[in-house]
Design a protein around this ligand. Sequence first.
Ligand SMILES: Cc1cc2nc3c(=O)[nH]c(=O)nc-3n(C[C@H](O)[C@H](O)[C@H](O)COP(=O)(O)OP(=O)(O)OC[C@H]3O[C@@H](n4cnc5c(N)ncnc54)[C@H](O)[C@@H]3O)c2cc1C
Length: 425
Amino acid sequence: MISSEKPHVLIVGAGFGGLYAAKALKDAPVQITVIDRRNHHLFQPLLYQVATAGLSPGDIAYPIRAVLGRQENVRVLLAEAVSVDLAARKVKLSDGEISYDYLILAPGVRHAYFGHSDWEQWAPGLKTLDDALEIRRRILLAFEKAEREPDEARRRGLLTFVIVGGGPTGVELAGAIAEISRRVMVRDFRAIDPREARVLLIEGGPRILSIYPEDLSAKAEEQLQRLGVEVWTGSLVTAVDASGVVVKGQKVPATTTLWAAGVEASPLARSLGIELDRAGRVNVQPDLTVPGHPDAFVIGDLAALQDKDGKPLPGVAPVAIQQGRHAARNILRASRGLPSEPFHYLDRGSLATIGRAAAVADFGWIKFSGFFAWLSWLFIHIFFLIGFRNRFIVMFEWAWAYFTYQRAARLITGNINGRPSAPGE
Ligand SMILES: Cc1cc2nc3c(=O)[nH]c(=O)nc-3n(C[C@H](O)[C@H](O)[C@H](O)COP(=O)(O)OP(=O)(O)OC[C@H]3O[C@@H](n4cnc5c(N)ncnc54)[C@H](O)[C@@H]3O)c2cc1C
């Protein structure tokens, strides 16, 4: 039961940051409200697997109520926050408001189109389950339409897949699309040969995976090329529409363009009325609080903070998890009258996967690539999945895909025109 004498901690967002903050306050003498506009916690690192038909949505999402159900000092509300009033200690919802004694703001970020929001309709990004299902629908429909397309040029357009942005998500998407076309769908069609699909990864900067050391970027590019992906670096996309993209003044006809370049902060940050960084994130104090508001914490992707060498902390799950736990610790300290402590990120390394059995790994003390990097990636991702059932099923799906070259979730949601299927359709 929630008692009204204890300090009320309001957590906005049950992603990695918010969920781990709530769990870290399990035995604390506080009452907690977790709000999220979705009823599930989503394991975003495996979204590309749903988008490319490797996993089903339920394998990587888990009801927030089920995760926190046994934690008696928490209530979970399905609600959308629209603004924060720091002075009045209130969060306005789309349908009401909630007061707090301590706030943990963790609504994350969304993909950004650098001022070209109209590109989104032609080049969806990947952040939610809906995004993943839409991308999957576009990829699978492109093959289906190509099978029926008599015109050679139009068929080539249908079988060209452009991925804009060579960060980990772009690399994962490109690798997975190349793999399903080269290995999984080979016997599925009669009029087309899916192996002829062109997969193009376009990166504006000088190399893909720019947060990794140069030799690992080069290894990743080599592994992608081995899978049949064309990698264009130093290539800015200047236009996107239904017929393809323009790169360096040259039109690339493509029916399917996917966006994996750049993010912008949740609009909730603007409502704080304080200075934000260029991506709209909150410049937090070293203890993760909003300047001038020791009772309001911002964590995860929405927080802008530098490490001890002055480098910005990356927008990755381990940062959000550690910050969630740290904010919880500082709230406990404050409730005991103790001063808050600065956050220090413990970087255990980064991994990015490329197709079925290759990856690059940078653990600081050791860097490697190939099959063993992929095995490390596999075990770490399964370990952090929420829910035993999900871990078991994902393990099984991967073993199945690995040995049979099958992708279990090759279903198109909605119908050919993109509408959700009517009952009985
Ligand atoms: C496709 C993809 C692949 C990734 N791969 C990796 C990877 O391999 N490794 C890695 O470490 N990181 C990866 N990341 C990054 C990682 O997922 C994020 O860094 C992490 O999720 C950030 O956690 P967070 O708690 O800040 O936000 P999120 O996990 O994004 O959670 C935000 C939550 O807030 C909710 N929310 C948002 N706005 C509101 C609102 N107004 N009201 C109520 N609720 C709201 C959302 O529904 C969501 O549940 C990936 C991200 C993406 C998109």
